[in-house]
Design a protein around this ligand. Structure first.
Ligand SMILES: [Zn+2]
Length: 310
């Protein structure tokens, strides 16, 4: 009997031990599951919560770059290039042309002549190609205070103010050298030139008249910048015999000092369209007169406006 009781006790203890182990295993497994889940969750949370923040802080940096570069480059280049090129080119070209040769800029045609656009320019070119606008009249005509071969106060005594002052200086300069000059004919209106020209055409025919008289509108006398000059005695006034006189010599040598040129020099008739006229002086200003004299040019050659010979 004792042996049976002891066996039952042992079996009971063993069963208890198995139960304790089993419970301990179940508890351990459960605990492991709990601790294994927890790190995954926190890792997932920390990852998702961290990732958006660097991404958000990156985006502004990325959005800065595109806004800087596109606004800098396109705004600078288009505003620079279009504003530079059109503003420089048009301002240069009109400035070049009038500054270079304003006196031969033309404004249309008339009677086969180019009509000068700036007839009041001191350096205006008027010849057998370049004509003054119809009935042009200078606005500043005055009576120069010099000797004339006549005493009447009439149009042909007049010159433009600047030219008149220069003529007074020229006459005074000549007198210092013992040369006494006299004015023969200065300003001439287009109407007067027309009367003169028609008279010459009647007498000599159109072709010959054109060699010594200007077609109305093409006379330098109409500019108020030209004058025919003789000796004070009036001999050979506006005639070939004036050539070679001391007065003609003095004019050829000294007129440029006062801003005048011998407008129709000897041997240049193919260029000027006129035979030698040692008495016809033309005011162009001191600077231009000096250049034309030193380079032995005509006004046509100076302007590179030499007519093509037919
Ligand atoms: Zn003349």
């Amino acid at each position: 009997m004792r042996r049976n009781v002891q066996r039952r006790k042992r079996r009971g203890l063993a069963f208890l031990a198995v139960c304790v182990v089993a419970i301990a295993v179940i508890l351990f497994i459960r605990y492991e599951n709990l601790t294994a889940e927890a790190p995954e969750e926190t890792a997932a949370n920390s990852q998702t919560s961290e990732q958006p923040s660097p991404a958000a802080s990156d985006e502004p940096a990325v959005s800065d770059e595109p806004t800087d570069t596109p606004t800098d480059t396109p705004s600078d280049e288009p505003s620079d290039t279009p504003s530079d090129t059109p503003s420089e080119k048009p301002s240069d070209k009109p400035a070049d042309t009038p500054a270079d040769k304003p006196a031969i800029a033309t404004a249309g045609e008339e009677d086969g002549y180019a009509v000068v656009a700036q007839p009041a320019s001191i350096a205006v070119l008027v010849d057998k190609q370049y004509k003054l606008p119809d009935n042009y009249e200078p606005k500043d005509l005055v009576y120069p205070d010099v000797r004339f071969t006549f005493s009447e106060k009439i149009d042909k005594r007049k010159m433009r103010k600047e030219a008149a002052g220069a003529l007074e200086d020229l006459f005074a300069g000549a007198e210092k050298d013992g040369i006494y000059l006299a004015g023969v004919s200065a300003y001439r209106s287009q109407a007067t030139q027309k009367t003169l020209f028609n008279r010459y055409v009647k007498k000599d025919g159109l072709e010959k008249a054109l060699t010594y008289s200007a077609f109305p509108g093409t006379s330098e006398h109409q500019t108020g910048l030209a004058i025919d000059v003789s000796g004070s005695d009036g001999k050979c006034a506006a005639e070939d015999c004036f050539g070679g006189t001391p007065e003609a010599e003095w004019l050829a040598n000294h007129a440029p000092e006062y801003g005048f040129i011998i407008r129709y020099p000897e041997g240049k008739d193919a260029i000027t369209g006129y035979k030698y006229e040692p008495w016809h002086i033309r005011y162009v200003g001191k600077e231009l007169a000096k250049e034309i004299d030193e380079k032995d040019l005509t006004l046509e050659e100076y302007y590179n406006a030499v007519p093509v010979s037919k």
